[in-house]
Design a protein. Structure first.
Length: 264
């Protein structure tokens, strides 16, 4: 599997000029990131994304010039949770190896179960059921968990289960996540690079101890949260490039993540 990732990287790095279309792997690119704006969903205790205009318009010399500044929490919108977020001494954003962020991806779809249970937690059985159809989860792969909650974005009330902010909002969060038993199973039985989900957290909304975060991140496994467009990603065969803002010592960062889908 690492050979496959290496070959893909060599292909990416060797592209230039008009040879690019001929030498690039065939397939279709899909953006798995939401844009950042005043509508971006953040944790109830986090400040929302803010963008301010520094300059916008024609200058005295006659040319157009625009510049802006923004303020954002590490954890909001489509973002990465670095291992240090829940595990002391583990990797920060800038320390995560690129090989963990550029990898083959698989997708486990629990949309049906999550549609009838906002507090559904992806189980070991969900993981093994996927494997019964597709074989063992590949080593060094990125595991996506599709709950179907992406259809609610950016409606905070439907997506999070509440529109309230502050501690009162946290108490009313209701969305699916990964069961700690399933996180533990992944850590002990499959050497995955990262885990991503189309909700606001790897742990379900009512979690009090964020145990799935702790289990994964103690093993230096990062998480991708608020992943977009997972309905377009196949159960197997996609390649993913996930590039977070490189914040030195960061516990998380805004994430631009894209997937190359195989030709059908």
């Amino acid at each position: 599997m690492r050979v496959t990732v290496f070959i893909l990287l060599i292909g990416l790095l060797s592209l230039s000029g008009c040879a690019q279309k001929e030498r690039f792997p065939s397939g279709r690119w899909v953006d798995l990131s939401y844009d950042f704006s005043s509508d971006t969903v953040y944790w109830p205790t986090s400040d929302p994304f803010k963008k301010e205009t520094v300059s916008e318009g024609f200058t005295e010399k006659g040319y157009y010039y625009s510049a802006y500044k923004f303020c954002a929490a590490e954890h909001g919108g489509t973002h990465l949770d670095a291992p240090i977020h829940f595990a002391e001494g583990r990797r920060s954003v800038d320390e995560i190896p690129l090989a963990q962020l550029i990898a083959l991806a698989i997708k486990i779809d629990v949309t049906g179960r999550a549609s009838t249970d906002r507090d559904y937690r992806i189980s070991v059985q969900d993981l093994t059921s996927w494997e019964s159809q597709h074989g063992p989860i590949p080593e060094a792969s990125i595991v996506f968990l599709q709950t179907g909650f992406g259809k609610y974005w950016p409606d905070r009330s439907k997506y999070l289960g509440t529109d309230k902010r502050g501690p009162e909002g946290v108490a009313e969060l209701h969305f699916p996540g990964l069961h700690p038993e399933a996180a533990d199973w992944l850590v002990k039985n499959r050497k995955v690079s990262a885990v991503g989900i189309d909700t606001a957290s790897i742990d379900y909304g009512q979690s009090q101890d964020f145990e799935s975060h702790v289990i994964l991140m103690r093993q230096n496994i990062p998480a991708f949260e608020n992943v977009a467009n997972l309905d377009e990603v196949p159960a197997a065969g996609a390649h993913v490039i996930a590039m977070p803002m490189k914040i030195k010592g960061g516990s998380g960062a805004p994430l631009r993540i894209i997937a190359l889908l195989p030709d059908r």
